[in-house]
Design a protein around this ligand. Sequence first.
Ligand code: UT7
Length: 324
Amino acid sequence: MTIFARVAGTGSSLPDRILTNQELESMVDTSDEWIQSRTGISERRIAAEGETTCDLAEKASLDALDAAGVDPQDIDLVVLATTTPDQVFPSTACLLQERLKISNNSPAFDVQAVCSGFIYALDLANKFITGGNVKCALVVGAETFSRIIDWTDRNTCVLFGDGAGAVVLKADQESGITSSILHANGAYNRLLHVPHGVSKGFDRVQAGGAFTQMQGSEVFKFAVRALGDIVDEVLEKEGLSKNDIDWLVPHQANIRIISASAKRLGISLDKVIVTIERHGNTSAASVPLAFDEAVREGKIKRGQRVIMEALGGGFTWGAVLMVY
Ligand code: UT7
């Protein structure tokens, strides 16, 4: 008997504070026109002082549990994707487990694959469920990326935002995730990175100077190629054609990258879930946030075939194909 990991419920959460392009114009040498035309972003959310990744993850998870009609005690795996954990350790997944009062000693861990983190987390949870070890998993992408942004660097500060998205995955005999593909190539690590951390350049971290650096146009070129290729790869793996896809839920990094993915897939932009205008790039949260909004708006319906895809620092990239 084949077992699938099926999405039983989705949730998301955003900080209250909206940071507009107009406000950024007074912070760095940029313009609303440049940001909108080069990226598709109008505004993004920024976590309040003291508001953490786990706070956002908790709200998104409660939404997803509610939508799935699942009691937290029935969650037997928590996988949380983040680049901006609350603490060095324990993992934010463990902190979340405590917040949700999950006391059944089931495993909980973080995944660090930057913007592809949620795709990596889904793939892992899928393997736990289809392996028969887990019946009900909580998979979260949550970030307070604003904390690792240099707000004087116009190359990066206009792009990113904070948020969280979550799904409850349940073992199911009918349908669910049918394919997933993960890739990484560490040779590209310097094109998009925070070059300091705990065991390297910790003095910079302590001095408050450890921020995201990106060679944008190099990342852009790689992303267009890799995300196009991975869609072909996942379709080929499943023996499906482009016409079999109902929705594309891409990582929300740049509307021009999203449009290129849609073109490669031969689908119009109205079959692509786009939230970048209001969210910016929320790293590991971007795919589950967009997915939750599309489900709640009634766009993505039960039985439809959805491809999720993302690329992030590392580089890491991946795609998941599911019947929702
Ligand atoms: O989430 C992980 C994956 N991340 C991505 O996929 C991001 C990929 N990269 C991108 O989305 C784009 O490369 C950016 C949006 C970051 C930049 O767009 P671009 O079209 O590649 O611009 P560029 O970096 O080639 O810069 C063009 C010009 C430069 O000026 P000069 O040298 O031509 O005079 C930049 O200095 O735009 C300038 N520029 C800005 N101007 C106004 C860069 N940032 C800004 C800004 N406002 N915020």
